[in-house]
Design a protein around this ligand. Sequence first.
Ligand SMILES: [Zn+2]
Length: 497
Amino acid sequence: MNILIAEMMLEVSTFNPAPTTHADFVVTRGEAFLAARRGRNLEVAGALGIFEGRTDVTVIPTYAAHAVTSGGRLTTVAWRHLATEFLEAVRQAERPDGAYVCMHGAMDADGEHDPEGFLLAEMCAILGAHVPIVVSLDLHGILTDKMLRHADAVVPYHTYPHTDFASTGARAARLLLKVMDGAARPVTARVPIPALVRGDELITATGYFGRQLRMALALENHPAGLSAGMFIGNPFTDVPELRSNAVVVTNDDAGLAQREALAIARDFWDGHERMQVPLTSLGDAVRIARETTPGTTILVDAADATSSGASGDSNAILRALRDGDYARRALIPIVDAPAVRAAFVAGVGADIPVPMGGALDRARFEPIDLQVRVRMLSDGSFVNESDGATWLAGDTAVLAAQNFMIIATSRPVSLYNRSLFLAHGCDPATYDCVIVKSPQCEPHMFRSWAARYVDVDAPGSTSANVRGLGHTICARPIWPLDNITDYQPVAQLFRRG
Ligand SMILES: [Zn+2]
C-alpha cells in the first residue's frame, strides 16, 4: 500500500498587520521532508513510526510547507504559490492508496478563509473517492465543514501546552491504516460551540479543559472509537467558521459519535466562563515587578505572542517599565529589523541611539527612543530546546539599554520556551524581570521557578481581551464577543463522499 504524506502548517492572527509570505515557510519535498521530521517530537515522525512498522506500506513523501512561526494573514500571492506547489506534489505522487496530511488548521489567506478545506477538497478531487484521507490538526485549528466533508477523519492534539505532536501523528496513522485495511468506516459527529476561550483553565494537566480531553481519550479507547477531541480555534483567526467544536469519530456508529460529541460539548460549555484570563493592568504589573522581594517576575505579554500569530514588535511593557522607573534587570524580546540593522552597522561594543518597537504594528506601538550598547550579534539561527529543531530569527542583536537587556530579532520566532534567550547568553533565571511573549509555556520553562507570574493586559494582535480586537468576519453570536444565554448543542454528522 502506498501512503502519501503531506504537510501544511501555519497559524494566523488576522489582527497582525504584517502579512505572511512564501519566504516565511520552510518548504521541503520528498525524502528531505521526512529527514527533517524523523526522530523528533513531530506529527509526521510519529506517523512514520507506525507506517514503517508495516512491511506492506510504502511511504510517499510529497510536500511540506511549515511556517517558521505564526504570523499575519497570508498574501494572495503566497497562498496561490503554496497551494499550487502542494497540489502539484499530490498530483505527481505515484498511485497513492491512502493519504496522511499534517495541518495546523488556523490558516487564513487574503481571498481564502479556509485554506485547509480548499486543499483537502482539491486533494479529494485529485486522488478520487476511493483513497482515504486522514488529517492531524492542532486543537487550535478552525474545523470547517469543508475540511470535515473532504477527510475521512480528523485527529486533534490532546494536550495544551502542546506536547503530543508525535503521538497525534501516530494516532492518525493507525486510524488511516484501519481504514485502508477495511477494518473501519469512519463517521464523524461535530458539535459547534459558540465560544472563544483562553487562560489557565485550558492547561490540560490542571485546568477544566482537561476534563473534555479525558472524555475524548476514553472514547478513543472504546472499541468503536477512532478519534475524539476538542477544537477551540485560534481566537485571533477571524474567519467565518471560527468557534469551538467537539468532535467524535467512530467506526460506523453514528449514534455513539453523536452522543459522545454532545456530552463533550455540554461539559465544555458548562465551564466556558471559567476559560478566560484574569489580566493585570500595565501599571499594576510594573508595581508588582518593582516589589523588592527576591526572585524573578515573569510578565506574560500574550497579546504579542508570536506563536499565536502576533507581530512580536510590542514595546508596551518595555515602555511601562521605563516610564515606571523600573531599576532592576529586565530581559526583553522584541522583533525590530531596523534596530538590528543599525546594530550590525555599528558593530559589537558600539553605543547607538535606536527607536525600539512598533516596526510592524505601527497602529498599536509607537517606537521608543533608546540609547543602547550592542552586546552581541548573531545570525539568529538556534536550536529549539523543546524538540531540537533549528529556529530562524534572522539577524539578531543583543542590546543593553542600562538595566534592560533587549534581544532584538529581525523576524518573529516562537517564544514559548527559553531557546532565544539561552542561545544569546541570557539565562532568564538570572534576571529580576522577564517578558514572556506566549500565553502558555510548559511549567519548567518559567512558571515553576519564577517568584511571580503576571498575565499583563497589554495591547496586541493576540490579546486575551478578545472583545477589543475587532472581529468582523466570524459568525455571531459568539461568546465572549456576545452574550449567549440559550445555547443548545446540536450534533452534525459527516461521512466522506
Ligand atoms: Zn496550538
